[in-house]
Write a protein that binds this ligand. Structure first.
Ligand code: ADP
Length: 289
């Protein structure tokens, strides 16, 4: 900053003063031209300097973002990798293991490698989305087809977690222009989050309706909700609200970033609010076809 003021602002100020003096004490037309030229030159230099400072700041922000991204990716990969190493070493130990212990180790290896697999898949998807190279196959789809596809994938999780799911999907909704796979995965993501962060009530509501030419699909849980100040940040990649409840849950903070990309690629929007009687509600709005 002091560099900018010493080498740009001070000489500029001096020139502006000279320009004004020349204009005030003008003796001939040549002085007017000279004064105007000096002032125009000052304005051009000032605009250039401001633009340069903003460009440098943007470049610095971007490289900071890339550094954060790298350190978060490495951190997220380290956890399952450490577990995989641990269980592999246990299996390799000369000390004999019981069948049950061996089975447990293999199950953990399977689980942790699947976790890595999902994380890498999500990262690749997000990379493609952010680079704008993700291909969406959008075509007119009935809303219930998108919802049913999400619900089929959700069913095993629902059964395993003993969750009650109430659905309200009117059959007369207008179709939407959607990539069925991608949009149903976005919905599935919201359902999974409702299970992960929905607390002990174990109840989720999924509702669809049409509003102002847009189809709205909402997922509500009965958990603690999301503090108002976090409503924007939770959609940033890798962002997780840092409290004990979230830390108990596995996650990479990529889910909602991906959901937002998918919804925006459908010309829609995603919103979140806290329900008056407790819990978070996310809703996706996409234009009717
Ligand atoms: P992940 O679940 O992998 O951490 P997400 O991007 O899906 O990542 O979510 C980001 C964060 O938003 C979560 O870590 C959690 O803190 C918060 N969050 C998401 N859904 C809910 C919800 N239904 N209730 C409360 N908090 C939520």
């Amino acid at each position: 900053m002091w560099l900018a003021s010493t080498f740009v602002l001070l000489p500029l100020l001096a020139l502006v003063v000279v320009g004004i003096l020349v204009l005030v004490f003008q003796r001939a037309t040549v002085d007017i031209t000279f004064g105007v030229l000096i002032l125009a030159f000052c304005v051009a230099v000032l605009v250039g300097a401001i633009w340069l400072v903003f460009s440098l700041k943007r470049a610095a922000d971007l490289s900071q973002l890339q550094l954060d991204f790298l350190s978060k990716v490495s951190h997220e990969f380290k956890t399952p990798l450490t577990s995989i190493r641990l269980f592999t070493q246990t299996l390799l130990e000369p000390r004999p293991l019981t069948d049950e212990q061996r089975q447990q180790c293999l199950q953990m290896l399977d689980q942790e490698s699947e976790r890595l697999n999902v994380m890498i898949g999500r990262l690749l998807d997000l990379g493609r989305m952010e680079a704008g190279s993700m291909v969406y196959h959008r075509q007119p789809e009935p809303v219930d087809a998108v919802v049913d596809s999400a619900l089929r994938a959700f069913e095993p999780i629902r059964l395993q977690e003993h969750v009650t799911l109430a659905t309200d999907v009117p059959r007369d909704l207008p179709p939407i222009l959607a990539d069925r796979t991608m949009l149903s995965q976005a919905l599935l993501n919201l359902l999974q989050n409702a299970v992960k962060y929905g607390g002990d009530a174990r109840r989720i509501d999924l509702r669809c309706r049409v509003d102002d030419g847009e189809v709205e699909m909402s997922v509500a849980d009965r958990g603690p909700g999301i503090p108002r100040r976090e409503h924007r940040r939770i959609f940033e990649r890798f962002y997780r609200i840092d409290d004990r409840l979230d830390r108990k849950q596995e996650g990479s903070g990529l889910g909602l970033a991906i959901v937002r990309h998918v919804v925006q690629a459908h010309g829609g929007s995603i919103l979140v609010r806290n329900r008056p009687d407790g819990g978070a509600e996310f809703w996706i709005r996409v234009p009717a076809a």
